[in-house]
Design a protein around this ligand. Structure first.
Ligand SMILES: Nc1ncnc2c1ncn2[C@@H]1O[C@H](COP(=O)(O)OP(=O)(O)O)[C@@H](O)[C@H]1O
Ligand SMILES: [Mg+2]
Length: 255
């Protein structure tokens, strides 16, 4: 583990809607260390997606700066993969062709693309579905495809915006466990946004709790051993105490 990968400093973002300014983020600072899994927890509307879009280079700040390994971010970077809150699979491409997309963009030859896609489809448990189209898949399977597509770009940093938020509890649990398995020993840096306290604790090395307009209410390490098992964690006294602390922080953030 070494150094800072992402550095956000004095970030402000204001949207204008019907001539009225809406402040989504105010004076937001964040530093992400290499190889860490950081969860950002907060209620709906507190600016989580706005912040992630800025880090991903998809939007520009009203003021303040975001840098990646010391370089100012001025647009999307291939080192960062982004799993958005909503589905962005291409409906006219089957699973394999969706997963191949970042490789196509990167100019990887067809044969190599196909091999890499097959490997990733296998990794996320979708072997046999290569030729299915998104509309022929369940919500959980589509999330798996999105995950595989993000990994196909071989990103060193993963940005994830409530990636499993729309799934039922059982499926969410499966995908959380799979993501942790894929991440462990990968050396990848992860910024994972969620509104779910349990998820924030299950996944993160560190949790940052946001209140309104991105005010950082709490920023603390999560001292729970890995690999983590959700069923064991729920009865772990450290987890229970952290859960209580975060619940209080989220509540305070709403004030
Ligand atoms: N494109 C936009 N135009 C106007 N307001 C926006 C836009 N995107 C987000 N907002 C506003 O910014 C605030 C934060 O939104 P968002 O970042 O999506 O929150 P979260 O992801 O935490 O739910 C909200 O008040 C939302 O209405
Ligand atoms: Mg959001």
């Amino acid at each position: 583990m070494s150094g800072t990968v992402i550095e956000v400093s004095g970030l402000n973002k204001q949207f204008v809607k019907d001539d009225i300014g809406v402040v989504a983020l105010r004076d937001f600072d964040l530093e992400i260390a290499e190889g860490t899994f950081v969860t950002v927890l907060g209620r709906s509307g507190c600016g989580k997606s706005t912040m992630l879009n800025l880090v991903a280079g998809l939007t520009t700040p009203t003021s303040g700066s975001v840098s990646y390994r010391g370089e100012p971010i001025s647009g999307p970077r291939t080192e960062m993969g982004y799993l958005t809150q909503s589905d962005t699979l291409m409906p006219w491409r089957n699973v394999r062709r969706n997963v191949e997309l970042p490789l196509e963009i990167g100019g990887v030859p067809a044969q190599r693309r196909r091999e890499r896609a097959a490997e990733l489809i296998d990794k996320v448990g979708l072997q046999g579905f290569e030729r299915h189209y998104p509309r022929e898949l369940s919500g959980g399977m589509r999330r798996r495809v999105s995950l595989a597509r993000m990994l196909a770009g071989d990103p060193e940093t993963l940005l994830m915006d409530e990636p499993f938020g729309a799934l039922d509890a059982q499926l969410r649990g499966d995908l959380q466990a799979e993501l942790l398995r894929l991440w462990e020993d990968s050396g990848q840096t992860v910024v994972f946004v969620t509104h779910d306290i349990e998820e924030a604790l299950l996944m993160g090395d560190r949790v940052v709790v946001l209140g309104r307009i991105g005010r950082v209410v709490l920023d603390r390490p999560v001292d729970l051993p890995r690999p983590r098992d959700a069923d064991e964690l729920r009865v772990d006294p450290v987890f229970v105490a952290l859960h209580r602390e975060l619940t209080e922080a989220v509540r305070e953030g709403a004030r």
